[in-house]
Design a binder for this molecule. Structure first.
Ligand SMILES: [Zn+2]
Length: 93
């Protein structure tokens, strides 16, 4: 799954929800961890740093807070997610 970049969300939990949705749609949970439904490869993770920005500004600006997320991806079917991204929140909490 690609790391969110300039993704507009209502709350930080939206990101977790998107990842869960992607995981359920594309991966199967096994005793050894999730595997790709398409090719059966073990799903890998990129430890990504997601900057939290605000939609109050049109460019990427915000509180400076960073959320760390493990982005899942299949090494065969998906591009390697970026280790940097950002989300844009209406309200910074
Ligand atoms: Zn795959």
């Amino acid at each position: 799954m690609e790391t969110p970049k300039e993704l507009k969300v209502d709350s930080l939990t939206d990101v977790d929800r998107l990842i869960t949705k992607h995981t359920l749609a594309h991966y199967t949970e096994t005793g050894n961890g999730p595997v790709c439904k398409n090719c059966g490869a073990l799903v890998l993770f990129v430890h990504a740093y997601i900057s939290v920005h605000t939609t109050l500004f049109s460019n990427c600006a915000g509180s400076g807070s960073v959320k760390q997320i493990d982005m899942p991806y299949c090494p065969n079917c998906e591009i390697t997610p970026s280790d940097r991204g950002c989300i844009h929140l209406d309200d910074l909490v």
